[in-house]
Design a protein around this ligand. Structure first.
Ligand code: CNA
Length: 449
C-alpha cells in the first residue's frame, strides 16, 4: 500500500526542534586521519581572518534585504519538465572568477558565489557539509543522466518499448514486465565506469574532515568506488550492491542476480517465485532506512552543496529545504533547479551554472585542493574497478518483508508534481550565529555579482 505524499510530509523533520548553534556544530565536527594534511582553515592566520571578516562586513552592507526570507512558506510548484534554464541569479562562472586563495581575499569585489562559499570553507565556517547529488555528477564518467535533452536516458528510451519514461522505474510496470529495466540495468551495473573529478572532490571534503554526509540519488556506485566510506554515504535510491524479491523482499545473491540479468535471464525468488531485482528504489517503493539519517544531518549542516540533480524526485528533492534557513546552499548544475528557480534567491543561496566538472575544478582551485585531488585520482588510476556486488544475501542486512520501512516512516520515491512547503518552521529561530552572518554576506556577494 502506497502512502500518500502528505503522509511523508507529516514525517518530515522539523528543523527548529533540532536547531544547533554554530558552537555546538563545531563540537560535532567529524575528524579524519587524513586531516593531518589539512591545508584548510589552519593555514590562515588571525590577520587574514580579520581582513576577510571585514570583507564580509562590506558584503553585508551591500546586501539587498529584499532577499531576506524571500521565499514564501510554501514554495512554488515544480512540475515535471518545468525546470527550464533560469538566468536570474546566475553567477558568471567566468574564468575571471578564478581566484587563488590569496587573490580572492584581496579582491573581494571580483568574487562570485562560488568564491564566497570557498571563502567560508577556508575560514573554517563550514565543518558539517552535506552534499546532495544526482545523475549529473556521473555524466563525466560516461553515464547518461535522466533528463538532459538529447543525451539523457529519457530521451533515448525508444529501444525499451515503454509507454512513458518513468515506466522503466515503476514497480508495477516492472512487476508486469521486467525486461525494460533489465535492459537498462545491463548498462548501469557498476564495474565499467570510473569515478571522475567530482566524486574525488567529495572524497576530499571527507579527507578534510568536513563531510557530514553525502546523499546521492545515484545507483552507479561510483561514490564507493572513489573511496567515500559507507558511513559518510546515503544511497537514497538504493544500489546494485544487493538484490531481493520485488514482492516478498527475500534477499537474493546480488552476484547471481547480476549474472542472470547480464545473460538476459530473469532471476526469480526462491521463496515466492516472483521476479528478483537489484535493490534500486523504484517509484512507489520505500527508500532505505539509512535515508532517515537526514532528520539528524540536515538540521546540523552548516553548508549544503547540491550538485547535478534536477530535484524532480520526491521525497529526496525536498531535503534541500530542511537545512536551517540561514545555512548557505550552493547549487552546482547546468541550470537552476528547485528553490533556485525562485527570484530573488534566498539569503545564503548561490548557484554556479555550467559544466559541473569544470565548476568543481574551479571550486577546488579556490580551496587549494586541486593538486591533492589530482594526486588522489592518479593513485587510484591503476586500481581495478570493484564491481560492488555482494554475493551472500545476508550482506544486505535486510530480512524479508521487514526491510522496507515496516516500522519506520517510509519515504516513497515519487516524481515531483508539487513541492511541499519549504522551510517548514525553519526560519522561526531567533538566534543568530557567526555562520549566519557569513551566510548573509555571501548572499550579498551573490546578488551583487
Ligand atoms: P536528472 O533528472 O537527469 O537531472 C540531472 C541534472 O544534472 C540535470 O539538471 C542536468 O542539467 C544536470 N547535469 C547533467 N550533466 C551535467 C553536467 N555535466 N554539468 C552540469 N550539470 C549537469 O537526474 P537526477 O539525479 O536529478 O534524478 C534522480 C534519478 C536519476 C535517480 O533516481 C537516479 O537513480 C537516476 N539516475 C541515476 C544515474 C546514475 O546513477 N548515474 C543515471 C541516470 C539516472
Amino acid at each position: 500500500m502506497n502512502r500518500s505524499r502528505s503522509s511523508w510530509d507529516k514525517k518530515a523533520p522539523q528543523p527548529p526542534g533540532t536547531r544547533i548553534t554554530r558552537s555546538s556544530s563545531s563540537q560535532a565536527r567529524h575528524t579524519d586521519p587524513a586531516e593531518t594534511y589539512d591545508s584548510g582553515p589552519g593555514t590562515y592566520g588571525k590577520q587574514r581572518k580579520k581582513q576577510t571578516d571585514s570583507a564580509l562586513a562590506q558584503d553585508l552592507s551591500q546586501m539587498s534585504v529584499s532577499g531576506q526570507d524571500g521565499l514564501p512558506a510554501s514554495t512554488g510548484k515544480l512540475s515535471k519538465g518545468s525546470s527550464e534554464p533560469a538566468q536570474a541569479g546566475q553567477s558568471s562562472g567566468s574564468r575571471s572568477d578564478q581566484c587563488s586563495p590569496t587573490t580572492f581575499a584581496a579582491k573581494p569585489k571580483s568574487r562570485g558565489g562560488l568564491a564566497s562559499v570557498a571563502r567560508l570553507v577556508k575560514l573554517g565556517r563550514c565543518k558539517n557539509v552535506v552534499v546532495v547529488a544526482g545523475a549529473g555528477i556521473s555524466t563525466a564518467s560516461g553515464i547518461p543522466d535522466f533528463r538532459t535533452p538529447g543525451t539523457g536516458l529519457y530521451a533515448n528510451l525508444e529501444k525499451y518499448n515503454i509507454p512513458y519514461p518513468e515506466a522503466i522505474f515503476n514497480i508495477d510496470y516492472f512487476s508486469n514486465d521486467p525486461q525494460p529495466f533489465f535492459s537498462l540495468a545491463k548498462a548501469l551495473y557498476p564495474g565499467s565506469h570510473r569515478p571522475n573529478y567530482i566524486h574525488f572532490f567529495i572524497r576530499m571534503l571527507h579527507h578534510k574532515g568536513l563531510l557530514l554526509r553525502m546523499y546521492t540519488q545515484n545507483i552507479d556506485g561510483l561514490e564507493k568506488v572513489c573511496g567515500i566510506p559507507d558511513d559518510k554515504l546515503v544511497e537514497a535510491h538504493g544500489s546494485f550492491a544487493t538484490a531481493s524479491c520485488h514482492l516478498c523482499y527475500t534477499p537474493y545473491p546480488a552476484a547471481e542476480a547480476k549474472h542472470a540479468i547480464m545473460n538476459d535471464n530473469v532471476p526469480t525468488c526462491s521463496f515466492c517465485a516472483a521476479t528478483v531485482k537489484p535493490d534500486v528504489v523504484f517509484f512507489g517503493e520505500d527508500l532505505p532506512q539509512k535515508y532517515f539519517l537526514h532528520t539528524k544531518d540536515f538540521p546540523k549542516a552548516d553548508l549544503l552543496i547540491i550538485m547535478g540533480t534536477s530535484l524532480q524526485i520526491e521525497p529526496f528533492a525536498s531535503l534541500v529545504n530542511t537545512v536551517r534557513s540561514t545555512v548557505p546552499r550552493l547549487l552546482l548544475n547546468r541550470h537552476a533547479v528547485g528553490p533556485f528557480e525562485k527570484v530573488p534567491l534566498r539569503r545564503g543561496d548561490h548557484m554556479e551554472l555550467g559544466d559541473l566538472e569544470d565548476t568543481v575544478r574551479r571550486f577546488a582551485e579556490m580551496l587549494g585542493w586541486n593538486d591533492e585531488i589530482e594526486e588522489l585520482m592518479r593513485s587510484q588510476e591503476t586500481l581495478n574497478i570493484p564491481a560492488l556486488i555482494s554475493s551472500p544475501p545476508s550482506v544486505s542486512g535486510q530480512t524479508p518483508c521487514q526491510s522496507r520501512g515496516a516500522s519506520e516512516p517510509p519515504g516513497r520515491m515519487e516524481t515531483s508534481k508539487s513541492r511541499p512547503g519549504a522551510q517548514r518552521g525553519a526560519s522561526s529561530g531567533s538566534e543568530e550565529t557567526d555562520s549566519e552572518t557569513d551566510s548573509k554576506s555571501s548572499v550579498s556577494s551573490s546578488l551583487s555579482n
